[in-house]
Design a protein around this ligand. Structure first.
Ligand code: SF4
Length: 280
């Protein structure tokens, strides 16, 4: 699939956190707009950034070439005001999608963070490319809180191929998370959104993920499931005979199952009350 790639200058790179990030995060940081992983359930497809685009989601990426400079100046301003800065990178793109290999925007931001650290940064990705930056993450960990959160929404490659055919394979993600963990960087496996998985899934995550995050298509889409419905998720589950996995309380069932393998304090669960109900 051809992808339209453009360099852009962004006015700002840190966006004040609200909605589901309002659980300790103060800002989100998106080094790119658009995402070539193009997951079928991606809620960004239903957000204005995509709704008003002529090009389909997954077929365009804007590279924010001034992201690192913006980060530095915005962080300095926040520090002058004595503000805490807890960053979630990223909410509407993947910071390690394929273009990052060449553009290295995320890497440059991490270099800048080593010079001007936030209080905390969570790197949220589906990409094994994060291992390229282990050197910087190890250094950054000495200056601020760091968490690498790998999205592993299922352990089944056949299920991944239905819901996220262009995203990296599951075994590559598991291997990458292991590598990050072995480098001494705190790790999280983000089962987000919960997709059908095999009974062995918790065992595959044990020893490579310090924490487990559980989120669903009914909560994590930021509109209490409405965006997921508009994206045709109930139909997609039904078409593949998987409807029993599309339930509003699936996160509680998954949490219960995972507590057989993980201590409760290592499991974090997405809460509906963290999501303001918006008509979008
Ligand atoms: S990786 Fe994230 S931002 Fe990219 S398409 Fe998938 S869900 Fe959307």
């Amino acid at each position: 699939m051809p992808i339209e790639i453009k360099d852009v200058l962004s006015k700002k790179i840190l966006t004040e956190a609200k909605g589901y990030l309002d659980v300790g995060f103060t800002h989100s940081l998106n080094p790119y707009s658009g995402c070539s992983f193009s997951c079928r359930y991606c809620y960004v497809r239903e957000m204005p950034i995509q709704k008003f685009k002529d090009i389909p989601w997954g077929e365009w990426v804007d590279i924010k070439t001034n992201a690192a400079e913006n980060y530095r100046s915005e962080l300095l301003k926040l520090r002058k005001k004595n503000k805490t800065v807890n960053i979630f990178m990223s909410t509407a793109t993947d910071p390690y999608q394929p273009i990052e290999r060449k553009a290295a925007i995320t890497r440059t931001i991490l270099e800048e963070m080593i010079e001007s650290p936030p209080d905390f940064v969570q790197i949220q990705t589906r990409s094994p490319l994060v291992t390229r930056d282990i050197d910087l993450l190890v250094e950054l960990k000495e200056k601020c809180g760091v968490l690498v959160s790998m999205t592993i929404e299922t352990d089944r490659e056949d299920i991944k191929r239905i819901f996220a055919p262009s995203a990296p394979g599951i075994s590559m993600r598991l291997k990458a998370l292991k590598e990050v963990h072995e480098a001494g960087i705190p790790t999280q496996a983000s089962i987000s959104p919960v997709l059908p998985f095999s009974p062995d899934f918790p065992r595959e995550l044990d020893g490579i993920a310090d924490h487990i995050w559980i989120d669903t298509l009914s909560i994590g889409d930021g509109s209490m499931g409405r965006r997921s419905k508009r994206l045709g998720m109930p139909e997609l589950f039904r078409e593949h005979g998987l409807s029993e996995w599309y339930q509003e309380d699936i996160h509680h069932k998954v949490e219960k199952y995972f507590t057989k393998f993980f201590e409760r304090e290592r499991i974090r669960i997405s809460k509906p009350e963290a999501f303001p109900i918006k008509k979008t």
